[in-house]
Design a protein around this ligand. Structure first.
Ligand SMILES: Nc1ncnc2c1ncn2[C@@H]1O[C@H](COP(=O)(O)OP(=O)(O)O)[C@@H](O)[C@H]1O
Ligand SMILES: CC(=O)OP(=O)(O)O
Ligand SMILES: [Mg+2]
Length: 594
């Protein structure tokens, strides 16, 4: 499918034409000034042609795009994708544009005044030019809708929260790509990694991607919170509003306008462009030097915060105009993080090769944390989302059988021997529906500070690490606060005592299993899903208590049978007795892998 993508940022317009993952045209306009802007245009893999164009703002640059397509003889467009900054809580994924959707997007503009207007302009232009093509909006905010309440809630009066004051987070399309790309380059599944994505462009944000899902990011209700940016302040004491009003007589719109447009690097060093600031700092300008130090310090604080939020970090990835291009800024941000095992390789850092969407590592051999750089591919991700959304409209709704898991354990050989005696082998009992899995005839007891759970099933085959899966109700009975985790993610899980006929073992690995759907590549393709998608599954029940389960992870593996795994609390809440089927209600955020 041939897709034109518009990405109107706060300081630049980027656009591209894609056939699948192949980019056939890549263009951008930036460095807008009274004398025009820089234009770059590349066909296929050819070197970009760069000229100074006459457009003085993003709006006029948008109107020039159709002419450039014609000039390069790019025809046959089948759809148009648009980056939109704010999608609120309602746009959980890409949306096909019609008048009603456009009106809802327009209503969110006050929350992204620097961004949504130009993006909406691109949308309107494309609708006028190509009225017959489907137009799809992809929102920066959607990826972060998986953030837990502790990350999205401001500690403010409930009446304010009731009207929608909460944190959202932006650059989600970029963070989603960067995390996937880093996992791929590391050769490890995304669902096993704790990644901090640092998107440092004109707008800048950090994102904690824990096991594939965003759990926190530095931007808030609007793209003003967090890091220092080109013209935005980032974090500032809200007490500044009262102070500025009393001292300078400023009203709220004036303060807001200055925080969006007259702050950040521009306020500190006279230019919003990091290239200028770095050049001035190199010339000895102390204001520019402070701007750079402060920028790096704030970014480093977020790295520390997110490492703490995730209980560790496996990889840090830099992207965005500054993250991709400024080796000195990457080094400044990483300086002082040796305490968490992060060692940069200065040679690798100085000249990473980012061609062909590479994601090179820039950390030293002995670094415990991987550090990488990659070009952000927001336009590519938008093109993939457009194709997935339009393709998915013809997708078949399969019935997904529900399987209710009672409490159970997976044991390592070491645990088997501790509980049943040296050299003991479990007796394979009834087979489970997933091929190769079975229930052992033996049982164990779980003991916590508040109580015991007896006759707990053991599921085979053996695993490298013991994992104990209980429901929330069980965790209350034990008196242990177990975290909700995907299978295998056992770092920082609490211990519980396992008791067998031979002896006992205090083993970590106690979790409440996150709900998920097992499926195989064939069924996944029929449902329009890929591994790592987060979906909502609707389940009906005879007693009318049926529920839609959001935040359900799709796990695709060859040979797996399609079924949804719920625990007993979830099944009871939804009135599921024995046999029930679920259906796909929504793809919350598609994460199509290459
Ligand atoms: N070689 C470079 N060295 C330092 N900063 C750079 C370099 N190239 C681009 N940048 C910075 O990247 C920022 C723009 O990032 P970009 O991601 O393109 O912006 P946008 O948020 O508008 O998409 C600007 O501050 C620019 O100075
Ligand atoms: C949301 C945001 O800040 O975007 P940009 O980086 O394009 O300004
Ligand atoms: Mg940007």
């Amino acid at each position: 499918m041939r897709i034109l993508v518009f990405n109107a940022g706060s300081s630049s317009l980027k656009f591209g034409v894609f056939d699948g993952d192949l980019q056939i045209l890549k263009g951008s306009f930036d460095r807008f000034g009274n004398d025009g802007c820089d234009q770059s245009l590349a066909v296929g893999n050819a070197a970009p042609e760069r000229v100074r164009a006459t457009h003085s703002d993003i709006g006029t640059a948008i109107a020039a795009v159709p002419g450039l397509l014609a000039e390069k003889a790019v025809a046959g467009l089948q759809a148009v994708g648009h980056r939109l900054a704010h999608g609120g809580t309602e746009f959980t994924g890409p949306a096909l544009i019609d008048d009603a959707v456009l009106a809802r997007i327009e209503a969110l503009t006050p929350l992204a005044p620097l961004h949504n207007p130009a993006m909406i302009r691109a949308l309107q232009l494309a609708r006028d030019l190509w009225p017959d093509l489907p137009q799809v909006a992809v929102f920066d905010t959607s990826f972060h809708l998986s953030n837990p309440a502790r990350a999205t809630t401001y500690a403010v009066p409930s009446a304010w929260r009731a009207v929608g004051l909460r944190r959202f987070g932006f650059h989600g399309t970029s963070h989603r790509y960067v995390a996937q790309r880093a996992a791929e380059a590391l050769g490890r599944p995304l669902v096993e990694l704790r990644i901090i994505s640092m998107h440092l462009g004109n707008g800048a944000s950090a994102c904690a991607v824990q096991y594939g899902a965003s759990i926190d990011s530095s931007m808030g209700m609007t793209p003003l919170e967090g890091l220092v940016m080109g013209t935005r302040s980032g974090d500032i004491d809200p007490g500044a509003f009262g102070f500025l009003h009393r001292e300078l007589g400023l009203d709220i719109p004036a303060i807001e306008a200055a925080l969006y447009g007259e702050s950040g690097l521009k306020a500190l060093a006279g230019s919003a462009d990091m290239r200028d600031v770095e050049a001035q700092a190199a010339d000895g300008n102390t204001e520019a030097q402070l701007a750079i130090t402060l920028y790096a310090y704030r970014a480093r604080k977020y790295l520390g915060a997110y490492a703490a939020a995730m209980g560790g970090v496996d990889a840090i990835v830099f992207t965005g105009g500054i993250g991709e291009n400024s080796a000195s800024m990457r080094r400044r941000i990483c300086d002082g993080l040796q305490f968490m095992g992060l060692m940069l390789d200065e040679d690798l850092n100085r000249s990473p090769d980012l061609s062909d969407r590479a994601a090179p590592r820039i950390h030293a051999q002995n670094s415990r944390v991987a550090v990488m750089v990659t070009e952000t591919a927001e336009q590519l991700m938008i093109a993939r989302d457009v194709e997935a959304l339009l393709g998915r409209r013809t997708v078949t709704a399969l019935a997904i059988p529900i399987s209710v898991s009672g409490r159970h354990v997976h044991l390592s050989q070491q645990s088997v021997e501790a509980l049943f005696g040296p050299g003991y082998r479990l007796t394979e009992g009834a087979p489970l529906r997933q091929p190769g899995n079975w229930v052992a005839e033996e049982r164990v007891t779980l003991q916590g500070p508040k109580g015991c759970l007896h006759h707990v099933a053991i599921l085979g085959p053996l695993r490298p690490r013991t994992q104990i899966e209980v429901s929330r109700t069980d965790s209350f009975a034990l008196g242990i606060d177990a975290p909700v985790r995907n299978s295998g993610q056992l770092d920082n899980t609490p211990p519980v005592r396992l008791i067998g006929p031979h002896g006992h073992e205090d083993s970590t690995g106690l979790i409440i299993a996150a709900r998920h759907v097992h499926t195989n590549p064939t069924d996944a393709a029929v449902m329009g899903l890929v591994d790592g998608d987060m979906v909502a599954i609707a389940v009906k029940s005879d007693d009318g208590r049926g529920l839609t389960f959001g935040g359900t992870l799709i796990r695709v593996a060859p040979g797996a049978l399609t079924e949804m795994h719920l625990d007993t609390d979830e099944a009871n809440a939804a009135g599921i007795d024995r046999r029930a089927d679920g259906t796909l209600a929504a793809n919350v955020h598609a994460t199509p892998l290459p």
